[in-house]
Design a protein around this ligand. Structure first.
Ligand code: PMV
Length: 330
């Protein structure tokens, strides 16, 4: 019997990846940069035991049925790691808890799969390098490839499994950016990112976006290095809108925003006119990340939580990579 627990944080992409060159290996069409978010966390305990007769998965207090997509995704990742450790057929119990609503566009698969990978690798006695952990995490979830490293993370898209991994380009202490995360709904989204990526190339705006991505990556790195929040925010917001334009013009169109999403966008723009520095970004979903600086955080929170369509607010800041914990969930 061997048991291990890991905590990993989700992230929000600043320059987003969309579309895959290789679906099975999750090799993205483009590089991406994100900040890993301390405040959007998953804790996962994995126990392997030769007495178990099948894998068992509990997510947020509920047992996950073996025919569900979530169960199969977890088992597939366990299989990759079991194979690497030469322990095929050794079943596991997995218990995972999120500090935030899952499947609502807050990239729970990123923190979930990074936590699973770190906990399972440790429980299996695997000694993996940071690059290997990023690659293994990527095979289970694109976002997890970045969550596996922490801080300001750059996922180098690459062309092969070996060349597609993430690096921390600036650590979590480099720049204190705050993320006021606005939950406008905690209903599960209708389209998962995995489904969405498949239709990326069907948008006439996909290729034009791709053409500009490398320049955006270069510019964003510069703005982060210089801590130029205005240029940083304008670029992040522009990439978010360009990404959602690709979604809107995909076949079939992916219209993910809800009325609350628009209400938050309008308020962020209004605050900026009043000199409160904040910028929005939205992943594949409807909940909004309002990025700001520490001096504006309280005001941004106050302004957003009083909007009629806002359900709740989560505060997050730049976080580190996954950690192994001594305390287990069971
Ligand atoms: O990693 P996935 O399959 O959940 O896709 C993530 C897609 C975006 O969040 C929209 C972009 C990104 O880079 O995280």
């Amino acid at each position: 019997m061997s048991k291990s627990t890991a905590k990993a944080s989700s992230d929000t992409a600043l320059i987003k990846y969309w579309g895959k060159k290789n679906e099975e290996l999750r090799i993205p069409e483009n590089d991406s940069i994100s900040i890993v978010l301390d405040g959007l966390d998953t804790v996962t305990t994995v126990e392997f035991d030769e007495h178990f007769t099948q894998d068992e998965v509990m997510l947020d207090e509920a047992k996950i049925g073996s025919s569900s997509v979530e169960y199969k995704r977890v088992v597939k990742q366990l299989d990759r790691l079991r194979k690497k450790a030469g322990k095929n057929g050794l079943f596991a119990k997995v218990v995972s808890k999120n500090s935030f609503p899952r499947a609502t566009g807050l990239s729970s698969s990123g923190s979930g799969m990074a936590a699973l990978t770190f906990a399972a690798a440790k429980a299996l006695g695997l000694e993996l390098t940071q690059k290997e952990l990023s690659i293994f995490s990527r095979l289970a979830s694109g976002t997890a490839c970045r969550c596996a490293v922490g801080g300001f993370a750059h996922w180098m898209g690459g062309d092969t499994s070996e060349t597609s991994f993430s690096k921390t380009i600036f650590d979590k202490n480099h720049w204190d950016i705050r993320d006021v995360i606005v939950v406008v709904s905690d209903q599960k989204k209708k389209i998962t990112s995995t489904q969405g990526h498949k239709s990326a190339q069907s948008s006439s705006l996909f290729k034009p976006r791709q053409k500009g991505i490398n320049q955006k990556i270069k510019d964003l790195k510069k703005y982060i290095a210089e801590k130029d929040f205005k240029k940083f925010g304008e670029l992040v917001e522009a990439d978010c809108l360009e990404f959602h334009s690709v979604l809107l013009t995909s076949k079939p169109p992916l219209v993910l925003w809800q009325p609350g999403t628009i209400q938050v966008i309008n308020e962020v723009q209004q605050m900026r006119e009043e000199g409160i520095e904040c910028y929005f970004t939205i992943n594949t979903g409807f909940n909004v990340h309002a990025l700001t600086l520490p001096e504006y955080e309280a005001e941004v929170k106050k302004r957003l939580e009083r909007l009629s369509l806002v359900k709740s607010i989560i505060l997050a800041k730049v976080g580190g990579g996954p950690k192994i914990l001594d305390e287990h969930l069971f």
